[in-house]
Structures are given as C-alpha cells and as structure tokens.
Write a protein that binds this ligand. Sequence first.
Ligand code: HEC
Ligand code: HEC
Length: 667
Amino acid sequence: MKPQHLTTNQRIARVWATLAVLGLLLWWTQRARGVESEVTVSIEPCFRGEPLVFDQLRCTNSAGQALAVTRLDMLLSGIAVRRTNGTWLEKHHWFAFINGREGRTNFVLRGLPAGDYDRLRFSIGVPTEQNHASPAQWDAAHPLNPQVNGLHWNWQGGYVFLALEGKWGLPPRFAGERDGVGGERVNALNTGLAASGLSHPSPALTQPETGGPRPPRPTAGFSWHLATDRQLMTVDVPVTLGVHSEHAAVRLTFDLATVFGELTLGRDTSSTHSREGDELADWLRGNVERAFSPSRAGGLQPLPLGSSRAKTATGSRRHEAAAPAKVIGTPYRFTYASHFPKPALPLDNPLTEEGVALGRRLFNDPLLSKGEKQSCASCHQMNGGTVDAGKAFSLGVDGLEGKRNAMPLYNLAWKSEFFWDGRAKSLRQQALMPIQDDLEMHETLPNVVAKLKSARATAADAKAITYATSFTCAFGSPDITAERVGLALEQFLLTVTSFDSKFDRVMRGESNFTTEEQRGFELFHTEHDPRRGQFGADCFHCHGGPLFQNVSFANNGLDREPKDLGRYLVTGRDGDKGKFSVPSLRNVELTAPYMHDGRHRTLEEAVFHYVRGVQRGETLDPNLAKHPPGGVRLPPPDLHALVAFLKTLTDESLRPATRRAANAPSP
Ligand code: HEC
Ligand code: HEC
C-alpha cells in the first residue's frame, strides 16, 4: 500500500489533535491525582436534639428552669482529620470563629486530599502561642482579629475560647404561680441546686416573700466565659467523610443540654471566667467536649453551597466582594496605634490624599443641606467634643429636633455598622443619609450635586479650586455624582482616628496613673463575682479592648420598656429590642450628654446608672442581668475612681481649650 501523502494542512491538523489529546490527558491525570477539596463543616447548636432558638426561654434544664441562650461564640483551632487507614492529617495555623446567634456556624477546610476520613478533631480555644501573641497581627478578616470575634479580653492578654450567655427563670407554666422570688417551686429548685454539688442555694431564691404586689418575674442572667490556656478543649468525633469531588460537607451538632448537664442555675453558677480554682469552669469544659456529635441529618449530605458559603468564617464582613480599585492620586498613609487591631479598609475605595481632602471639604460644606444652613460639622464638631455642643438631640436645618444623640466620629475604620442601631452597613451609605433626613439636612441628592457643580471656588475653600477640580483630583474625572460624594466622605471619615490619651501613654510606659485612676482602671477591667472574691465593675465585657467598645449591640438596662427599640428596628428580632451600639468610651469626658437619647448630663450620672439604675427589661444583657438588682453596688470613692479612669481616655488634641490655645497667635 502506498504511504498516505499528507497535505500541509492535514499535518497541522494532526499536530493539533495530538496536542489536544495530550493536554486532555495531562489535565485528567492532574485532576485525578490532586483533587483538592473544599469541605464545609457546620456546627449546629441544638438543645436535646432540637435546633436551638436563641433569645427565648424555651429550653428547660433537668432542674426545671427555663433557659434562653443569647450568645454562643467560640474560637476553633488545630483541626485534624483521620484517614480510614488510621493516620491523621493535621492543619496547623488553622482557625475559625463560630457565632451561633448570627448564624455563622460553618467553616471551610481547604486543600483536603481526596480520600475517606472517619474522625474529625479540633480544639476549642487557641494554643498558648497565639493566645498570648499580640492580637493586632491578624488581618481584618482573620478569625483571630478581635474586631471579628469580639472575644479578646485585654486585661489578661488572651482570648475567651467559648462564650455562652443567656437568661434563666421559671418556665412559663410556673410564672403565674409564683414570680420566681420565693415560693414552693423555687424551694424545690434549691434542693436541686444544692444537690448539683456546685452551688449553694442562692439568697435571691430563698428570701421569703415580703408581701405587697408581686413584681413581674425577674430574669437572671448567666455569663460563662471559658478562657486561659488551661481551658483549651479538645473535641474528637466520628464522622463519615468521603472526599471525592471538589465539595464535601460534614455536619456536627452541639447540644447545649449536655453543656448545662444537671446544673441548677443560681447566683453561684451564673458566672465564670476560668480563674484558678474555678470548679464551674472545669466542669463546663468537660461537658463542652462531650456536647459535639455527628448530625443525625447525616454526615454525608452536602449542604446547599450557596447558603453555607455565605456564612463561612473567612471573608471580611465589610466589602467582601469588592474588587480592589485602581488608585488615582497620592496614596494616603493611614496610621494607627500599634496596639489596635487591623482595620477593614474598603479595597474598592482606596484612601488617597485627594479623596480625603475632598471628603473633609464636603464634610464642612453647608451646601450639602437645604438652604445651606448646616454642614455635617455643625452636629459633629471634629475639634473638641466631636458631638453636637452638649445637646441631647441636635437641631436640623428646619429647627426640628432629631430623635437620637449625635455620635462622636473617630475610629470609624474599626466599625462595620453605623448609627446607634447599626442601620448603615458602610460609611459611603451612611454619609448620604443625614443629607436626605428630614430632621437633619433635609436636602435631595440631585440638588446637592447641582449645587456642587455650580459652586464657585472661593478664597475660603482650602485651595480655592472648584469642586470639579477636586473631584478630578480624587476620582480621575470631573463628574460630580452622589456616589462619589459618599465615597469621598467615607474616605475622610475613615481617617479620623483617636489613640493618643493618657491611657495610651501609660500603656506605653511613658506616664503613670494616679492612685485613683489606677483603682478605676482595675475596677473597669475586673468582673463582679463576690463569691470568688472579685469586686470589680465589670465594664470591660462591653467596653473592652484598646477601642473601648466591642463590636456589638447591647441593652445596658436604661429602660424596662424601651421607647426607642434600637437594633430591633433593623433586624426585627425580638431579642434585639432596646439594644444599641456599644459606644467607645474614648474621649467620653468630652461627649456629654450620654446614651442614645442623651439622658445623662454628666459622666458621673452615666456611670451611676450602672450602680443603681439598671432596669431588668426582657433583653437586658446577661453580663448586667447577673448582677444584683439595680447594678453593681460601688461605694462613692470607687465611682469617682471609675470616672477618673474614664477621663484618662481623653485625647488632648480634641479638647477645645487645647485646640484654641494651639491655634492662638503666639505672643
Ligand atoms: C442635625 C445633626 C446632624 C447632622 C447635620 C449630621 N449628623 Fe451625623 N449623626 C447625627 C445623629 C443624631 C446621629 C445618630 C443617629 C442615629 O443613630 O439614628 C449621627 C450619626 C452619624 C454617624 C454614625 C457614627 C457611628 O459611630 O455609627 C456618622 C458616620 C455620621 N453621623 C456622619 C455624618 C455626616 C457625614 C454628615 C454630613 C453629611 C452628618 N453626619 C450630618 C446628627 C447629625
Ligand atoms: C452589657 C454591655 C455593657 C456593659 C457591661 C457596660 N456598658 Fe456602658 N454602655 C453599653 C451600651 C449598649 C451603651 C449605650 C446605651 C444606649 O445609649 O442605649 C453604653 C453607654 C455607656 C456610656 C455612655 C457613652 C456615650 O457616649 O453616650 C458610658 C459612660 C458607659 N456606658 C460606661 C460604662 C461603665 C463605666 C461600665 C461599667 C460599670 C459599663 N459602661 C458597662 C453597654 C455596656
């Protein structure tokens, strides 16, 4: 047979075909050998096998008490999976943060080789090395960043490994019978309490009724924080995990009935901080380790990936999906204290000198309001006090009073939800709201844009340039849009920081507290747990860390029936009624009046609230509900010491007198 004569075209086609087959083969072998899978592990909080409903007195413990869980947070580390051949595969430097109430119950294990696995092991807590390292090292979205987990307690230098908080009382069927203070049922409970061996009958429960109209049933709070290196917990559960494709899933349940065990909640058992010799902490630790098991729903069923991914623990809460934007202009050097956590700056709105300058100009420009009567700075004085000149409610352009106390604007780069109720999810979104608020600047965005376009450069403007020029410098083109107004204001607001106070100098070893300030510092950072010899004021639970605020919303007991429903207006969750953003206490000396409605005129009054004024409403935070009625009783010298300590948080550069002196012409 004559050899086939190929045309050039045919040859080329052959080469291509061979290459394609080879490529396909290569891809296929790579794929078969190195399937690196993403395994979603979910931890489902439950009570006796039923999914846990947060905030409601729905769980009944073995002593017949009704329990409500309001917080279940934990840090996980050191994960390992066991192959069916018995060898373990460990992932060091792996961490996750679980927040049960907010539904952050999944984490993803990446890079698991294909195969079959039969056990899953992890620790609750973080190993000594990370527990004592500076929390400022972690990226903004990292599970160990204190802004992400809210579990770093500074005073001891370490993390809370597991925080379990809630309320307890009598179940509804007993509520009408007795009110929870005294009574047959309660005495029966106390027998159980003593029987649990861990606690003595609580005086609150054994006091005889004193007659008169019975107050509604009080709810007491419990706040359990397992921490310190000693308390690192290890969980080891059997699983059925076959990793044969890109995605696999394992579901575990965490049964709180196992954690509560036979314990009867009382004064003695309502609080633990894992101090040396704290038997409650040791007892809980064992229960926690046993509370995990493979979900009955089956370990193999993959979760709907959409929802599980949305909840995974890795992404930054803010601007997660945002692609980095091209930087136009001069990059702005954002500086902050070395002991602050890393902030989550928006990648799609990089800070530039020009953008910040434009934001500052807009912030101070009354053009943004109806009738050009008011600028942002009218209510937020950036020098001195930073809030509306001592008014409880600011007046808007129409002379109408707003509904809440203006907020000081600094260290916003560490917040991710803005306003007292957190209704704005970003500063760019937030910044456009006061402009359009009827009670504030009462203007429309198209009007603002039109006014900015026609505004003439005046000598009073920083550089006497038109807005079109300012926008070009900041964004690369002269287009003036509402979106860009928001972006520029966001840039400016992010740069306003405050971290230079006497407190910071003391921390750096450059200054010393007075005896009174030192006493206040200790009270502030010590829990109130008289039975374990702790007589602190317990402020750090909410106002802790270098920012003096945690990233949460809480009811601090201002009203039994809150008039302003606060956070509830945003989430619609009953458990959020009367909760407000925990304010930073930095510069608090300068920001009177206090609280969301400015009800307290002086700092002394605001602090006194925690001593006598705490009201036991439905959603009172467990960290306050665990205290005696009214609050922690502090003698007057201690109150003064707390106030003296709070005054060390003042950034002197913000004090109006200093400002004036600095600006005064030198003689
Ligand atoms: C009439 C007074 C008034 C004016 C004018 C005003 N604000 Fe406010 N600002 C407030 C009040 C009151 C709050 C709290 C409102 C709430 O929680 O509902 C607030 C809250 C904020 C917050 C939230 C801070 C935080 O920690 O969550 C930011 C940011 C802010 N304002 C920025 C601005 C900007 C930018 C402008 C100008 C565009 C502006 N404000 C104009 C009164 C004012
Ligand atoms: C359970 C969390 C929690 C605890 C514990 C707590 N606070 Fe607060 N604090 C808050 C919340 C929330 C607000 C704002 C409440 C509001 O306006 O509705 C607040 C407001 C304040 C204010 C007013 C700040 C302002 O700018 O208006 C001061 C001062 C204050 N707290 C001091 C303290 C002191 C001192 C302690 C310890 C005795 C303490 N707090 C304990 C949650 C807490």
